[in-house]
Design a binder for this molecule. Structure first.
Ligand SMILES: C[S@@+](CC[C@H](N)C(=O)[O-])C[C@H]1O[C@@H](n2cnc3c(N)ncnc32)[C@H](O)[C@@H]1O
Length: 352
């Protein structure tokens, strides 16, 4: 991860694996040329799961913008819904007055442990809890906190998760087809891929991945799994690439054909859109009057929901939108951290 952000987007994975260039039974091997206007030096590959040191080096996405919007210079109770590697939390606490407090949530125990280490110097002021942000209201209620002055949600995956071959999030490296952010969840991506009916699978890939070739992909998966259960990331990535029309592979210029299918499965396994909708529904009650929220999203399915929820809250007169258009990373941030390039940040203030 190095100086990169914890926030990964599948499309910005520079280590594009090209399974369709490997021998496949029927298709030939078209080579896709990745053309990018910015060609940053790829970050160094890190050990499985990252390390604590990586966590302390990690620079969070759009840090300056988050600081400006959440005004940590005054005393606050912060609610970091996605504490991850603790990058944003550390920045906010370092800038806030000493009597400010932070409640950090994450569903991933490994990341909570990393965040705890990184935030150790602020210890009495930090409370970390393994919880889904869909349940943030109950977490505050149980902790006797009426509302937060600042709420942050930096959606998606941390690089510690995507880089860990054992978690199965990346099509770039071989691993079990798992994709659970919270390892207490029952169903893995392999369970979905091997049990859903063809139509259900196609609908899932279309709805969560906006993948126009969802039917072809679902057909290929169902046909392949009749011979053998699909268990590995690379198996699935190859299958999707194989099902993809050749012209579409060529026109997508280096974006892996499995990008949208992997996104769709990850969203389904973790019910990411359901959790986001629950958070947005409760946001008005999570925020104290005068409190602010920042939500950073990484794809249009998330951003659309955030945008419409903010507009709806503003329409009730309870809140005002702070970002008419979403803020996006500067060219410099993208050059330094290509993984940030699809980030969109929206801000809201509760006024009543
Ligand atoms: C992009 S990372 C956050 C990085 C963090 N802002 C930082 O600076 O280190 C997203 C984190 O949110 C967590 N997460 C995703 N969905 C969640 C949910 N519904 N509830 C709680 N945590 C979630 C992931 O496990 C991951 O650690």
């Amino acid at each position: 991860m190095g100086t990169g952000s914890a926030c990964w987007n599948y499309c910005s994975d520079w280590r594009v694996f090209r399974p369709w260039e490997m021998s496949m039974p029927v298709l030939s091997s078209p080579r896709l040329r990745g053309r990018r206007s910015l060609k940053p030096t790829p970050p160094k590959r890190e050990p499985l799961g990252g390390t604590m040191d990586n966590a302390s080096e990690h620079v969070p996405v759009m840090r300056e913008e988050v600081v400006t919007l959440l005004c940590p210079s005054r005393r606050q109770i912060f609610l970091d819904c996605t504490v991850g590697l603790g990058g944003h939390a550390e920045t906010l606490l370092a800038k806030a007055p000493a009597d400010s407090r932070l409640i950090g949530l994450d569903v991933d125990q490994d990341n909570l442990d990393r965040a705890a280490k990184r935030l150790a110097r602020f210890r009495p002021r930090v409370k970390l809890q393994r919880a889904n942000f869909a349940d943030a209201k109950q977490v505050l209620d149980r902790g006797g906190v009426e509302a937060a002055d600042a709420v942050l949600a930096d959606l998606g995956l941390a690089s510690s998760q995507l880089d860990d071959d054992r978690r199965g999030f990346s099509f770039s490296v071989d691993g079990p087809l798992d994709m659970r952010l919270d390892d207490r969840l029952e169903k893995t991506a392999a369970d979905l891929v091997n049990t859903l009916g063809e139509t259900e699978l196609a609908d899932l890939i279309y709805a969560n991945g906006e993948e126009r070739y969802s039917r072809r992909i679902a057909r290929a998966i169902v046909s392949a799994r009749s011979a053998k259960r699909i268990e590995r990331t690379v198996e699935l990535a190859r299958m999707v690439a194989w099902a993809y029309p050749r012209a579409a592979k060529r026109s997508r210029r280096g974006v892996h054909p499995a990008t949208r299918t992997f996104q769709a499965l990850r969203i389904a396994v973790n019910d990411e859109l359901g959790s986001l909708e629950a958070l947005l529904r409760d946001l008005g009650d999570l925020l104290a009057v005068g409190g602010r929220a920042c939500i950073i999203s990484f794809h249009s399915l998330e951003d659309r929901r955030v945008k419409h929820a903010f507009i709806a809250m503003a329409g009730t007169g309870r809140a005002k939108v702070l970002t008419k258009k979403p803020l996006v990373p500067t060219a410099q941030e993208i050059a330094e951290n290509p993984r940030s390039r699809s980030a969109k940040l929206r801000g809201l203030e509760r006024i009543e």
